[in-house]
Design a protein around this ligand. Structure first.
Ligand code: UDP
Length: 244
């Protein structure tokens, strides 16, 4: 697995196809995999927190989620050429899982939304086996119990960051049946058609962040962090060059 560091966070520069292949090799070997989406917000919120960084870096897969990560890689003369949006990668994992007849569990979002997300996914993927859902507002212990009762192979967790990453890190040893864990942020809201994603042409010109800002203006404070992120990556690059 080829990785590079963005402000101390590991990010895979491997292609999406290669990642899926390796994840399902691990799956066949009954190894637990955690797939974290690394976006500028996670990096900027936690780059000074060595313990958190170690927890994230301690997992095998970190995907470059967000154009900010691609820019940062460019600034660092790295190899990451394309963004892999968490929600797109979730669909890739689901598609591949059909070959293995995997049992899938969805945890997160509001009750009606998670039910709708299940319905939409089952409509889209013929033969998809979603064996259970749990809304993201029950206490963690109940969620762990519910998930274990269903005994899934793949678990998608949509609680927002950093709650979802912490849930996976803290509970993955208790969730023995699960072989693939993936936090998915607000993806259940999109899948359920409650929240619309930007049209493809906007995604393709890397302006999805602007579309989200217009649709959810309260995201402005989160978006400002993107500017801070690029600035800190630039400073870090200058500092590292001087040190050499
Ligand atoms: N959420 C949840 N439980 C909580 C807090 C949030 O299930 O205690 C859900 C919320 O309903 C939404 C998602 O987590 O579906 C958060 O989405 P957000 O847009 O913050 O995530 P992003 O995609 O930006 O990481």
């Amino acid at each position: 697995m080829i990785k590079e560091k963005i402000l101390g966070f590991d990010v895979c520069s491997t292609s999406s196809d290669e990642l899926v292949k390796e994840i399902f090799q691990d799956y066949s070997n009954k190894k637990q995999s955690v797939i974290f989406s690394i976006n500028p917000e996670i990096v900027i919120n936690n780059y000074k927190d060595e313990v958190y960084k170690e927890k994230i870096n301690g997992q095998k897969y970190q995907i470059p989620d967000g154009v900010g990560i691609v820019y940062a890689s460019k600034i660092n003369k790295g190899e990451i050429k394309n963004r892999i949006a968490g929600i797109d990668f979730m669909h890739r994992v689901i598609e591949e899982s059909l070959k293995y007849k995997s049992k899938i569990y969805l945890y997160g979002a509001k009750e009606n939304i998670i039910e709708l997300a299940k319905e939409q996914l089952q409509k889209k993927y013929d033969g998809l086996n979603i064996i259970g859902v749990c809304n993201g507002y029950v206490d963690e212990e109940t969620a762990v119990q519910n998930i274990n009762e269903a005994s899934p192979d793949i678990l998608f967790v949509g609680l927002g960051s950093p709650k979802q990453e912490n849930f996976i890190i803290e509970n993955k040893d208790k969730l023995k049946s699960v072989k693939i864990f993936m936090p998915v942020g607000g993806s259940f809201d999109v899948i359920s058609n409650t929240l619309r994603r930007a049209p493809d042409w906007i995604i393709n010109i890397n302006l999805e962040w602007l579309y989200r800002l217009i649709k959810q203006p309260k995201r402005i404070f989160r978006q400002i962090k993107l500017i801070k992120f690029v600035w800190i990556v630039l400073l870090d690059r200058v500092k590292n060059k001087r040190r050499r």
